[in-house]
Design a protein around this ligand. Structure first.
Ligand SMILES: Cc1cc2nc3c(=O)[nH]c(=O)nc-3n(C[C@H](O)[C@H](O)[C@H](O)COP(=O)(O)O)c2cc1C
Length: 212
């Protein structure tokens, strides 16, 4: 069992195998696991003390599916609700090897940058220590049927909160450390990711094992 875990860890940490044009097909999420919901809610908390240990590829699959995966394939709808069914978010994943986009349709990670850019995800030291940072980017060009800019911002911010809370609950269930963050140097990160002006970085979230 331990050797299986190590193989998964290697596949995700090294990203040398199982890749197709830079895309990593994630294993099916384990939708039967986890602690009871009320226990996860009891344990939900921010923790900024991270170990450097990587997550397994199965944990990454479960985490991303919990965050924003498709739970109703017939409609393409997600684990998180979205105003007007905009589904306007892209999740970027940063680890020590690169930067990836989570494609929910194919449940795949697509590598967009090679190298360790974790420090771009925030201004706090732990962002470069923890194995994973997620960055939530809202595409304002998808916010149709509302003209009022303030309303758009309110609705899309609420959408981001649901994604982040899904991640909090998954981490509470797995005994992982996690903190959502608004303190981000957005201009620097925006340039790194070559985002369009209408793509706005809303929040980031750091995930890893708690430091013992
Ligand atoms: C929108 C938002 C932005 C936040 N930004 C940061 C941040 O930049 N850095 C940080 O360490 N914590 C950040 N937090 C985490 C809060 O500090 C934390 O949730 C709060 O202290 C309550 O603690 P709890 O999550 O353990 O209940 C943020 C939380 C929210 C909801």
């Amino acid at each position: 069992m331990k050797s299986m875990f190590m193989v998964f860890l290697f596949l995700f940490a090294g990203l040398t195998t199982g890749q197709d044009n830079g895309a990593i097909k994630l294993p099916e999420p384990d939708t039967k696991g986890g602690v009871p919901l009320m226990t996860a809610l009891k344990n939900r908390a921010s923790n900024r003390n991270f170990d450097t240990l990587s997550l397994s590829v199965q944990q990454v699959s479960n985490l991303l599916w919990a965050a924003y995966g498709i739970n109703r394939p017939e409609s393409g709808k997600r684990t998180a609700p979205s105003a007007m069914n905009w589904r306007e978010y892209t999740i970027y994943l940063f680890n020590k090897n690169g930067v990836y986009i989570y494609d929910a349709q194919s449940h795949t990670l697509k590598k967009i940058l090679e190298g360790d850019y974790r420090s771009y995800c925030g201004v706090q030291d732990f962002v470069s220590v923890a194995p994973l940072n997620l960055v939530y980017v809202s595409d304002f060009s998808k916010l149709s049927r509302i003209e009022d800019e303030e309303m758009k911002t309110m609705f899309t911010s609420a959408d981001c909160g649901f994604i982040a809370q899904n991640v909090y609950l998954y981490c509470a269930s797995e005994g992982l450390a996690v903190v959502v963050r608004g303190m981000i140097e957005r201009d620097k990160l925006h340039s790194l990711l070559k985002l369009k002006p209408e793509q706005k970085i809303i929040l980031s979230q750091t995930v890893g094992y708690p430091k013992k």
